[in-house]
Design a protein around this ligand. Structure first.
Ligand SMILES: *Cc1c(COP(=O)(O)O)cnc(C)c1O
Length: 220
C-alpha cells in the first residue's frame, strides 16, 4: 500500500477533531511531498538541522512541529520554523527558549513532555513536577511561551494493558490540570499516540496523534 492509502486508512480510524501529525523524521523529501499531496499539512521532525532543511524545501503552508530532544544551542534552527514544540523537557530549556523568543520577538507554542513510560532513559517532567509547575503558576515566568498542553509516550511494549495505563495517567494528569483552573486558557492539547498505539490513545482523550511508520511504511 502507498502513502496516500495509509493516510486514508489512518484518517478513518481517528475521530473528527483529533489532529493527525505526520512524523516525517528520517523520511526523504519526496515522501513528505506525497503526504502533502494527500492533504496532510502538519509534519513533525526530531532533529533541528533536518527540520530547518525540510522547512526550506517543502511548501510554505506546512505547520512544522518539533518532537525531539532540543538542545539550547539549536534553538535558532527550530523556533523560527515551528508552529509547536511538543518536546519541552526541562525548565532550563524553557529559560533558553524564553530568552531567545524575547530577543527575536517570537512567541513559541509548546507542550510539556511528561515522562510516564517505564523506561528509565526517557526525557521529560514527572507527573508530580507537571502538576506543581501549573499549581505554582511557574508558566507566568515565561511570557514568550504559550503552554498549549502535554505530550507523552507510552512504555515501549506489546502489552496493551501497560500502554492503556500510561495513557490513562496522561489523560488524568491533563484533565486535572485543565480543570483545576491553574493552567492558561491555551492549555488544550494532549499529544499521545504513535503508529502502534494511536487506537488506544484516542480512547484516552488524545487531541493529537503523532504517526510516522504507519504513514510511510506498508504492513504496519
Ligand atoms: C518517532 C516518534 C513518533 C512516531 O513514531 P512511529 O511509531 O513511527 O509512529 C512519535 N513521537 C515521537 C516523540 C517520536 O520520536
Amino acid at each position: 500500500m502507498g502513502i496516500s492509502a495509509n493516510i486514508r486508512r489512518i484518517k478513518e480510524a481517528i475521530p473528527q477533531g483529533v489532529e493527525y501529525v505526520v512524523v516525517s523524521k528520517y523520511r526523504p523529501q519526496e515522501e513528505l511531498q506525497e503526504a502533502y499531496d494527500a492533504g496532510m499539512r502538519v509534519f513533525a521532525e526530531s532533529r533541528p538541522a533536518e527540520l530547518a532543511r525540510k522547512a526550506a524545501l517543502l511548501p510554505g503552508d506546512i505547520q512544522w512541529h518539533f518532537i525531539g530532544h532540543l538542545q539550547t544551542n539549536k534553538l535558532k534552527l527550530v523556533l523560527p520554523y515551528c508552529a509547536l514544540i511538543q518536546s519541552v523537557d526541562s525548565v532550563r530549556l524553557m529559560e533558553a527558549m524564553e530568552k531567545y523568543c524575547a530577543a527575536s520577538r517570537l512567541t513559541a507554542n509548546i507542550l510539556l513532555e511528561v515522562h510516564v513510560a517505564a523506561e528509565q532513559s526517557k526525557q521529560g517532567f514527572t507527573p508530580a513536577e507537571t502538576v506543581s509547575f501549573f499549581k505554582n503558576a511557574a508558566y507566568k515566568d515565561f511570557p514568550h511561551l504559550r503552554f498549549c498542553g502535554l505530550m507523552g509516550m507510552a512504555t515501549h511494549c506489546d502489552r496493551p494493558e501497560r500502554i492503556e495505563a500510561d495513557f490513562a495517567l496522561m489523560e488524568d494528569l491533563f484533565n486535572g490540570i485543565k480543570d483545576s483552573g491553574s493552567a492558561p486558557s491555551e492549555f488544550r492539547e494532549l499529544s499521545i499516540g504513535m503508529s502502534g498505539d494511536y487506537h488506544i490513545a484516542v480512547r484516552h482523550g488524545a487531541t493529537m496523534v503523532r504517526i510516522g511508520s504507519a504513514t510511510f511504511e506498508s504492513n504496519t
